[in-house]
Design a protein around this ligand. Structure first.
Ligand code: SF4
Ligand code: SF4
Length: 282
């Protein structure tokens, strides 16, 4: 067990105002939807149980989409993973998700998993192994795979820089900036950028940040096991100028690149049906 993993035993923190407000809205939304869905179902307008909507699951989720039923069966909808995440990345599915109500998912564009906790606290908190206990470090996760879905809007491809708040002043997403505070993620809006060539997907990639720390001889928490074996993303040179983000086989699908991408809609997104080891990465 790594030093970070021992932190799993610390007292559960109180819900933040952001989480309380999110829970309140989701409760109201779910209640209203529940009444509507029940009525529609009774009227024969909806199938009783549709296919589960594909969702980005937390690290360690039983991943094979063909085995989604295995995950649904293993997850007891206890919400323990939700409680421990320092960036509040994990939500619980509501009635609009069809089957799988109450199971955890991550909406990466709103709040990605940035591995602020280092020790996969959600995995440690999961009582059933629906988030497998076989992984110990962020680089072992396989949540999905990043993909440059809109190269035409990527600022790096266009040879453009970026200045300002990556997602605007109203964006409430959090990231850990180690130069600011090792243990306290801050709003992305509080950390403006001034870049000659946009490289935010690479710059904020948790795997690339760890690799840089390890190359400098300072792995996270001094634990060499935190060093990823492979790169997740790099910028490739383009003949006409600019640079092309290239996803590599160290990508874990955490979604930080999708969250931080300053163009709207994001130029880079997470494919949840692919993982690095099983995919043709590029
Ligand atoms: S691994 Fe990611 S989703 Fe899980 S608790 Fe840590 S930061 Fe949150
Ligand atoms: S490339 Fe994107 S999804 Fe892949 S590890 Fe880096 S930030 Fe996460």
């Amino acid at each position: 067990m790594s030093p970070e993993q021992t932190k799993a035993t610390s007292p559960r923190p109180a819900l933040s105002p952001k989480r309380r407000e999110q829970n309140r809205r989701e409760f109201i939304r779910t209640s209203i939807l529940g009444i509507g869905v029940l009525g529609a179902t009774l009227a024969g307008l909806l199938p009783l149980a549709g296919q589960a909507n594909a969702r980005l699951r937390p690290p360690g989720a039983i991943k094979d989409r063909l085995q989604e039923q295995e995950f649904l069966a293993a997850c007891i909808k206890c919400g323990q993973c939700v409680q421990v995440c320092p960036v509040e990345a994990i939500r619980l599915a509501d009635l609009t998700d069809g089957v799988g109500v109450g199971t955890p998912f991550i909406q990466a564009r709103d709040q990605a998993c940035d591995f602020s906790c280092d020790g996969l606290q959600c995995v440690l908190a999961c009582p059933t192994g629906a988030l497998t206990h076989d992984i110990n470090y962020p680089s072992q996760a396989r949540m999905g795979l990043a993909r440059l879905a809109r190269p035409e809007s990527c600022l790096a491809v266009r040879g453009q820089g970026f200045r300002g708040q990556a997602r605007g002043a109203d964006f409430s997403g959090l990231l850990r900036y180690e130069a600011v505070n090792r243990w306290l993620p801050i709003p992305v809006a509080d950390h403006p950028y001034d870049l000659e060539l946009c490289d935010l997907c690479l710059r904020q990639c948790p795997i690339e940040i760890r690799l840089a720390q390890c190359a400098a001889g300072t792995p996270p928490s001094g634990d060499a096991n935190q060093c990823p074996p492979r790169s997740a993303i790099r910028l490739g040179a383009q003949a006409g100028g600019g640079a092309l983000p290239l996803v590599l086989d160290g990508c874990v699908g955490c979604g930080v690149c999708e969250m931080i991408c300053p163009v709207d809609p994001a130029a880079i997104v997470i494919d949840i049906d692919r993982v690095a080891d099983a995919a043709q990465v590029g």
